[in-house]
Design a binder for this molecule. Structure first.
Ligand code: B12
Ligand code: SF4
Ligand code: SF4
Length: 334
């Protein structure tokens, strides 16, 4: 690749990190990603549950050119939100996952990416680009791994050696060919802390998550009412779950790093359940506005609260899990 392409990448990198305030920056090609085969198998086993958008887009998620036909490169970025100063969950409260106790990252990262795209166009007038933050079908973690931001850990999250896994990802697809970075390599080793820490045993095997068991899925993405005879275990979580990340040694040793554009909103860290159950829909909308919590439709909020407010007796036993698999192959790398 020419030295001018190297120089352009260096300029973009400096602008993304120094001006826009991203915490990580890397480049990969726009070639299809290899992990797409895992996605297809994941769907075929039904691990996506009610996330029908995952099944509907499985064939194109690994193909960046589906989103920008003449894409040559994908610029991958991340914002960090590692702030481990959690107080213990007060009695009668529900926990909100750390990524959701702040402004909605989709908007924050998208705005920054659009500025990056415009800057690219100032430097290369014929450049075409498209900004993506979870908003279009793309295997974001695979691309981030290939662009060197971090490896996909056994908990399926992208982990950076310096910053850990509490990262939110975004991509700028572009028709401009930029020199790719080296892919990140796996540093999970023999550790299994995340697999052991998951309260619902949602990992079928290392690197494989059955979303139907995952509290993040159950509290946020699952739309249907829960089975009243067998409500899921939510382990105190009202919205999302961090257990497979807070236990990870790469997070325990990571420096506190919260992107200034995504400051913590401490009043959202845990919410009092009984008063929440009294809220009217408009009040919930006002409380959640502008944060990832807004994704939680009022009906689903009430459903989650019903489980969290119920006496322990109604919680199901994980050993009776109807999704228990018997035919799972072990991860190839173990
Ligand atoms: C659907 C989805 C979910 C679902 C399913 C999660 C999942 N693991 O797939 C649910 C609702 C459960 C979820 C939860 C969370 N999510 Co989410 N989610 C997504 C979304 C939209 C798609 C993910 C996807 O493609 N899954 C498909 C499956 C097949 O992928 P996978 O499980 O990651 O498996 C990969 C590897 O493990 C490997 N693999 C799979 N099987 C096998 C088998 C073998 C043998 C091997 C070797 C490898 C392997 O290949 C796969 C493809 O890369 C992405 C945004 C995006 N567009 O990418 C955000 C995204 C992944 N989520 C994100 C976040 C922050 C979360 C939560 C932390 C939120 C929270 N605190 O509650 C949790 C984390 C739970 C977890 N451990 O994954 C971030 C992750 C950032 C990071 N550091 O990785 C993303 C990238 C959004 C973003 N733009 O920042 N999420
Ligand atoms: S987010 Fe929670 S429930 Fe989901 S896999 Fe991680 S630890 Fe398990
Ligand atoms: S807890 Fe251990 S196995 Fe799990 S992602 Fe972190 S390093 Fe990897």
């Amino acid at each position: 690749m020419s030295s001018s392409a190297q120089q352009l990448k260096a300029q973009l990198r400096a602008y993304a990190l120094d001006e826009l305030g991203f915490d990580l920056f890397g480049v990969t090609t726009a070639e299809p990603v290899e992990g797409a085969q895992h996605l297809k198998r994941w769907i075929s086993r039904g691990y996506h549950g009610e996330m029908s958008y995952m099944a509907a887009t499985a064939d194109v998620r690994g193909v960046p050119r589906h989103l920008l036909p003449d894409a040559q490169s994908v610029i991958c970025v991340a914002c960090a939100y590692h702030d481990p100063t959690d107080a213990p969950l007060p009695p009668g409260h529900g926990r909100v996952a750390r990524y959701a106790r702040r402004r909605d990252y989709h908007r924050v990262i998208k705005k920054k990416l659009i500025r990056l795209g415009r800057k690219l166009q100032q430097w290369v007038s014929e450049a075409r680009w498209r900004a993506v933050v979870d908003s279009a079908p793309l295997l974001e973690r695979e691309l981030a791994q290939r662009a060197g931001l971090g490896w996909i850990g056994k908990n399926t999250c992208v982990i950076n050696r310096q910053l850990g896994s509490e990262l939110l990802l975004g991509e700028l697809l572009t028709s401009v060919a930029l020199p790719p970075d080296e892919p990140a390599t796996d540093h999970c080793g023999k550790c299994t802390a995340c697999l052991d820490a998951c309260p619902t045993k949602a990992f079928i095997a290392p690197y494989q998550l059955d979303a139907r068991r995952c509290i993040a899925y159950l509290t946020i993405e699952h739309k249907s009412p829960f089975d009243r005879c067998r409500p899921p275990e939510l382990a105190g979580n009202l919205f999302g779950c961090d257990a497979c990340q807070t236990c990870c040694p790469w997070n325990r040793h990571a420096p506190v790093r919260v992107n200034p554009s995504l400051p913590s909103l401490p009043h959202l860290a845990s919410l009092p359940l009984a008063p929440l159950a009294q809220l009217q829909e408009a009040e919930w909308r006002a409380l959640s506005q502008g944060t990832p919590l807004a994704r939680l439709h009022f009906r689903r909020l009430r459903r989650n609260l019903e489980v969290l407010l119920a006496p322990d007796g109604i919680k199901s036993s994980v050993s009776e899990d109807p999704f228990r698999e018997t035919d799972v192959e072990p991860a190839a790398e173990l």
